[in-house]
Design a binder for this molecule. Sequence first.
Ligand code: TEU
Ligand code: CA
Length: 562
Amino acid sequence: MDQIKKEWWKEGVLYQIYPRSFKDGNGDGVGDLKGILEKLDYLQDLGITMIWLSPIYQSPNDDNGYDISDYEAIMEEFGTMKDFDLLLIGTHVREMKLIMDLVVNHTSDQHRWFQEALKSKDSPYRDYYIWKSPIDGGPPNNWKSYFGGSAWEYEKSSGEYYLHLFSKKQPDLNWENEKLRQDIYKMMRFWLDKGVDGFRMDVIPLISKQPEFPSYKFEEIPGGLSGAYSFGPRMHEYLQEMNKEVLSKYDMVSVGEGVGVVPENALSMVGEDRNELNMVFHFDHMHMGRDDQDKFVTVEWELPEFKKIFREWDQALGNSGWGAIYLGNHDSPRMISKYGHSEGFKLASAKLLATLLFTMRGTPCIYNGDEIGMTNLKFSDINSYKDIESLNYYQEKIEEGEEPQEILERLYHQSRDNARTPMQWSPFKHGGFSDAAETWIKVNPNFSRINVEQSQKDQRSILQYYKKLIELRKTLPTLVYGGYEDIYPQDKEIHAFIRHDDDYKLLVVLNFADRILRFHLPGPIKEYPWKPIMRNYFEPLIQPSLGEWVLKPYEAGIYVLD
Ligand code: TEU
Ligand code: CA
């Protein structure tokens, strides 16, 4: 097996910050850069080596910063470029890296380029976007927006439609235009020359569209919209050009948000020999547990499916690609509410999920708040929701005659706002997030018992367990570069796998059930003496006879072959 190339971004631990909700440094109820600067010691103490900031650029916030109106200015609510420079220095002096969110599939409709494009069909910026004439008096094809409705918006002064795969205030950029691409690369250099250490690339597989803009039978395409819109004919060409002109010239990391990426095509984007991107976030486990045709409808998921996804992805990326391992982000429900047990076995299940996160092969990514066990929040009315995707969905379903309570129940389980309630720092006002009268979105009332301050005092907290896991991963390269072997693939309740290299053979055993289970080590390894390195329970492991274990509900353990 050829040796995996060692890289700082493979050995590190990534932490995603949603700036709007992380910490309010100036008392206006909205998170900002000053607030993040205040918390850098917290992140360093946790053991974080790389911070990924969701977009902080100037934006009208139609999609909370994923609609950028000026790539080289800081969003007013978040602070100034000086605040950013201080944050970058603060990150670097603590020997952490700063990764920005690059959103170049689309801009805000308030971006200068789009405003210029609107002025005339002859504007040099007209072709920075995708315009089509009506067909039979309507949109040029049946493309749908991820946020509901058509992906085409009619612009009456020119009598043409423009494309927006997301909100109509997020017009798609035309990557066919060489000048546009050069302007994007120039902007990327602006940030990299400031010392930024990498980019998370928002929906990057969508940048190349099928030139004929054909209508799609979305229901017949695996992956639906993402399957149809991603990996277009020139995507690799664009990424290789970006790599040649920008990425390859800096000591940086590029991680693609891989909408539409599947095990079969992943290496074509992140294989070392491809000179495109370094690593990828895939979605297969995140799309588990929700209906393929309606993401807000929750469906049951089975552990063998979850294990199969991780096994297939580990095999697909193998030794020449690399993945980010995550269970939560700003677009999904809180991981403990989705995969764990946010009531009875909250502590054990949160630590079990963390054990998985830090023992898989791939760069672990913590989403802010998951390290203290933050949960979904049940809003009682639609006015508490802020996310455009959720609000559009609610409106669409009301118009279809659905009951408000039924729709709100779905939002409770699947809305992106679940992950966007303010970070809970203390048991005091607004969870220590802000001292403003009002926060931009409600704080989860459970901040009184789920908060950083409490977690720091309690040696048995989820936070302390994360710290130990991160420390363990940093001391055991086997957990970073070692091989991965699922030894219990079919079991519906237990996930057990081996991580191995020339130095160690490690066994990870995770009981995903909320009850006591007997576990029999399979085959040859049952005779081995396995010594526990770390477990999420403090009582001793029950091994009545070698090879058979008794696992408590949500018991997780990492063992070394003695
Ligand atoms: O999300 C892209 C993406 O994964 C969507 O297809 C996702 O399914 C969406 O959140 C609907 O569930 C990225 C950003 O992470 C997201 O916050 C932005 O809203 C979106 O792109 C547009 O920039
Ligand atoms: Ca603020």
